[in-house]
Design a protein around this ligand. Structure first.
Ligand code: FES
Length: 164
């Protein structure tokens, strides 16, 4: 069995809605529920406030995973913020997968203020999933993407030149 001290500990940034998931996390804490300490929580007013650039910045700054937590559908304090978050989530996950970022590294969960147990379960599961993937290594991924886009650019320029 791997020694605890040698185990990879992923850094997971959590963008949590103040009204639900953030309160669910507080409830888990005050109820003394145990969950992995790998989450770096960032409170936002609504999951709809999470701009895609927040997620990309988190990965670029060293996060191994990003979790967005919001109110259940129909419960958003701003009516449709979580639907906006869901739409962005689907688009961004597809884009991240194109860059080779596994879907387990970017997740969205609806967790209410009363769902401390669900908060613990989601965070525990995601931490295990990301831990088993290992570190993200974003700078190396970026180099690969840049190299591939450089080749694509050359091919496109050749194709354009051959037609003129
Ligand atoms: S207020 Fe919680 S997701 Fe909008």
């Amino acid at each position: 069995m791997e020694k605890e001290s040698n185990r990879f500990e992923p850094r997971i940034v959590g963008f949590f809605c103040k009204w639900c998931t953030s309160s669910g996390a507080d409830l888990a804490g005050t109820s003394r529920m145990k969950y992995p300490p790998n989450i770096i929580p960032i409170r936002v007013m609504c999951s709809g406030r999470v701009d895609p650039t927040f997620v990309l910045t988190a990965f670029a700054k060293g996060a191994d995973g990003v979790l967005i937590g919001g109110c259940h559908p129909g419960d958003c304090h701003y009516l449709e913020g979580n639907y906006k978050a869901l739409g962005r989530y689907h688009i961004l996950s597809k884009m991240l997968e194109q860059f080779g970022i596994e879907k387990e590294r970017f997740q969205l969960a609806w967790i209410s203020a009363a769902e401390a147990k669900r908060f613990v379960d989601v965070v525990t599961r995601m931490t295990e999933e990301v831990r088993s993937l290992g570190p993200l290594k974003w700078p190396e991924l970026l180099k690969t993407v840049e190299a591939e886009s450089g080749v694509l650019k050359e091919q496109l320029e050749e194709a354009i030149a051959s037609q003129s």
